[in-house]
Write a protein that binds this ligand. Sequence first.
Ligand SMILES: [Zn+2]
Length: 409
Amino acid sequence: MQREKLSRRTVLAAATGCAVAGTGVATVGGALDDDGIDAETAEDALSRDSFSIRAGTDQETTVYVTTAPIDGPTAVVVGGIHGNEVAGYEAAREIADWRIDAGTCVTIPEANAIAVEQGTRSGDDWTDLNRQFPEGEPPRTALAEAIWDVIVEYDADVVVDLHESTGIYAGDPVDGVGQAIFHSGGSNAVETARASAEYATENYVDDPGLAFETGPFSGPNTEPSGLLVHKAARDLDADAYLVETLSSGVDLETRIRWHLAITEGLLDDALFEDEPDNGHDPDVDEDAEEKDEASEEAPDDGNGADDANDDSDDGDEDAPIAEIRPEPETGAELTLEPGQTVTLDATCSRPRAGDLVDFEWDVGGTGEFDEAGETFDVTAGDNGRETVTLRVADDAGRTGTASITLSTD
Ligand SMILES: [Zn+2]
C-alpha cells in the first residue's frame, strides 16, 4: 500500500534526517530512535557543501548541497521566495540537513533573504520574486538569475518550492491556494503529487476541511506567470511542485510538519532508497487497484484532474503536449457563475513529432473522452468543482493530456 510504503521510507528519512536539533519542531514521522538505522554511518557517507549566492549584497543567501554516495536524481528545494510564508522556509532549513540515501539534495532555504528578514512577501525592491522567472527567457532580476543558475548548474530533475497561502484551494481558490500541491505535467509528477498529498493528509491532517489537494500548473501565457516551478518544468523538463499550506489559524509547528511530510513524499522516489531486497516492488499493481477503487468511491473528492491525467504518456519523449487555454484567460482553475459558458481552446497544443490529429475532451474525470474538437464550450453547472481534461493524439497514436478545473463555489 502506498501509505505504508511512504511511511516506511519516512521512517528511514526521519531516523537519518532532520539533524537540526532544538528547533522545537518534530521530524517527519516522529521519534523513531529504535529503528535500527546507523545514523552515524549514514552521515559519514554523505558529502555536504554550502556556498553563497548574491555574495556581498543584501540578498546574500546560502545554498546547501547534500550528496549521497549512491547516484540518483538531483532535487532542488526552495523556501523563502515569499518572506512572510514562514513554514516554507523553516521547513527548508530542516530539509537542508536531511540525510538522503541517493542522489543530490540542493536547498535554498531563504531564497529572498531580505524578505525573510523583514517578514514581508517581497524584498526591498517590491518585486514579487515568484514572478521573475519567465519561460524561455532569462530571469528578470539578479536574485532570480542567481537562483535559476543554481537550478541549471545542478541540472535539477525535481524542483520543490515551498509557500503558504491565507485561504484554501479546496474552497474558493479566489481566496487562496493553501493545502495544495500544484504539479507539472506528466504522469510521474501527477502521481507523485497525489501520493504525497494523500500521505500528508492521512498522517498529519485532523480536520477533513484541510485535506491536501493537487492541481496542475496554469498553462504557459496564462496568469500567474513567471513562477519558478513553471520555468523549471517547461525550460528544464524537471518534475516541479509548488507546495502551499494554509498560513492562517494553524500553528507554525503543524505547518512546518506538513511541508516536511509533503516534501518527503515528493522526493521519496528520488532521494530515498527502497529496502535493499526490494528492487521490484510487488505492491505496485495492488496500489493502482486500491487507488482506482478509492477514486470510484469518492468521485467528488476534487482529485478528478489527477485521475484524468494518469493516462498521459510522458514515457514517450515524442508524445504531444496538450494545452488548454480558456477564454477568458485565467489560470488552471476557473471560477464561474452557474450557467456561465467558457470556451476552452486546445489549438496551442503541439506535437513533438508528426501532426496532431485528435482533440478529445472528458468532463468530470470519467475517463471517457466523448467530446471532440479543437475548442470546447463548457457551461458551469451547480455542482461545485468539475475537471475538464483534454487529450490530444498525434498521427502515430501518441497522446498527451492537460486538465483544467471549473469551480462554481
Ligand atoms: Zn508564496
